[in-house]
Design a binder for this molecule. Structure first.
Ligand code: TYD
Ligand code: MG
Length: 453
């Protein structure tokens, strides 16, 4: 190969010479010649600054078309999705095994199919017969869902291209899918990523709403590469304690809507039933007030949900290390509240076991639940029930102050609707509701005085 000739370019006038010299022969400037690295075939190929097509820019205010949502008819499912399925979007549905993902999707698929829209349900986990049996049990046998048991992405896409495009495609699950262009067994990172990529591309090109079921690992994340969550438009998680009846469908990511709406279902003999008024369901059968129980008006998206918080304190005689166990709330937050109660209110939990439970398998993350948890703890410690038909809301600071919370009015109105008539919360409240006698507490110590006196 011929040795490329060196080039020297004058930085002042741009003239080129093949020999370095102190003064430019054209413009007579001194010390302006520098060596120019010649373009090789390699660098031309890897220089991305030319050779491409021009990209079109649009303005942000250009009135684009909002995606038309298609309701599935399963109202709680639509609500969690932010209003329905968006054609050409990809949804990843995660959840523990046996929580009811396949049941939920079969029900949604049947609803859509009964409305006359095309639905394809591909099961990679169960044989067609098993899915048919489930459909019979759910009373959905007559729904015109196109059901197939397949795991080859090439087979699935080939078949889909020979038929009218469905409006909904369900793949149960992405971990069982296999692409013959990629090495490795189904479920490996490269297979999951590659199969998802092909299926999502099909969905986007054809305006099909795609639902991928994803397995969840022990620590609660969707198995396979994290990149799957980046590739899809919506990530949903189907949660609940398997021993409880209730299931919550939650969007963890949604490119087309808010992520704070939840859908609530109850698993019954005939599949998942929609629960329109979830407040009733998380309050365990409350006949007379019990020590250690407090009701917290939570807000999920735009919807208030009343949940019961239960605390149990067991005094230890021996010097053994006492246990702290929490279900449905944050462990660290409980430790913090106990510390605040000890140091600001003079209560002693150090020789007591503390158990905290959020009834009905519900999971709370709202800091506004602090006061209700503290009330349950103080009530359990004093062995005195809290005032009958009362709700508690407020965030607690390390100094023991009770802080304002968002949507106080909404929360209290929901409580009033369900027959509660007392509210306890921060002194400066965001609103009250008719029918509720509200008491503002500024310090955690006020709560302790109220419960113990
Ligand atoms: P499934 O949808 O198979 O769960 P996943 O796909 O998330 O693994 O649900 C299985 C569970 O649901 C199973 O334990 C039985 C229960 N179930 C009912 O209680 N009632 C029903 O009508 C159906 C179909 C399932
Ligand atoms: Mg399943």
């Amino acid at each position: 190969m011929a040795k490329p000739k060196k080039r020297y370019v004058c930085q002042a006038c741009g003239s080129v010479s093949h020999r370095w010299q102190g003064q430019c022969g054209d413009c007579a400037e001194w010390n302006t010649l520098t060596e120019d690295v010649p373009a090789t075939v390699f660098s031309q190929k890897h220089d991305l600054s030319s050779g491409g097509r021009a990209v079109e820019f649009v303005d942000l205010d250009k009135p684009g078309e909002m995606p038309v949502r298609q309701k599935t008819g399963l109202a709680e499912f639509d609500r969690a999705l932010g209003g329905g399925l968006v054609p050409g979007s990809a949804i990843l549905m995660g959840g523990d095994p046996g929580i009811g993902k396949s049941t939920l999707l079969l029900q949604a698929a049947a609803k859509v199919a009964r409305e006359g829209r095309g639905v394809v349900y591909v099961s990679g986990e169960e044989a067609a017969g098993q899915v048919r049996m489930r459909a019979a049990r759910l009373g959905l046998s007559d729904a015109p869902v196109k059901l197939a048991a397949a795991t080859g992405v090439r087979d699935i896409l080939t078949t889909l291209h020979t038929m009218p495009q469905p409006s909904l495609l369900v793949i149960d699950s992405i971990q069982t899918m296999h692409s013959d262009t990629i090495e490795g067994a189904p479920g490996t990172v490269s297979q999951v990523r590659g199969c998802a990529f092909e299926l999502i591309r099909y969905a986007k090109e054809n305006g099909v709403a795609l639902v991928l079921v994803g397995h969840v690992t022990k620590d609660g994340t969707i198995a396979g590469p994290r990149v799957l969550e980046h590739m899809v438009d919506v990530v949903m998680s189907f949660e609940g304690e398997r021993s409880h009846q209730y299931r919550i469908l939650r969007a963890l990511k949604n490119r087309f809507g808010a992520v704070d709406e939840i859908g609530v279902f109850a698993m019954a003999g005939e599949g998942l039933e929609e629960v329109e008024n979830p407040s009733m369901l998380f309050l365990s059968g409350r006949e007379q007030p019990l020590a250690g129980s407090a009701v917290f008006p939570a807000v999920e998206g735009t919807r208030p949900v009343l949940v019961e918080i239960q605390a149990l304190i067991v005094r230890l005689q021996s010097g053994a290390t006492p246990r702290r166990a929490v279900v449905g709330w944050d462990n660290g937050r409980l430790a913090m509240l106990l510390a605040v109660l000890e140091s600001r209110c003079g209560l002693n939990f150090s020789s007591a076991e503390v158990y905290l439970n959020v009834a009905g398998g519900y999971r709370l993350a709202d800091p506004a639940a602090d006061l209700a948890v503290a009330a349950a703890l103080v009530s359990a410690l004093a062995d005195k029930p809290l005032p009958d038909r009362s709700v508690w809301l407020g965030e607690i600071s390390l100094a023991g102050e009770i802080r304002p919370v968002a949507h106080a009015g909404l929360r209290l109105r929901e409580a009033a609707k369900l027959g509660f008539d007392r509210g306890y919360g921060p002194a400066e409240t965001g609103g009250n509701a008719p029918g509720i006698t509200y008491a503002g507490l500024s310090q955690l110590a006020n709560l302790v005085d109220r419960v113990i006196s």
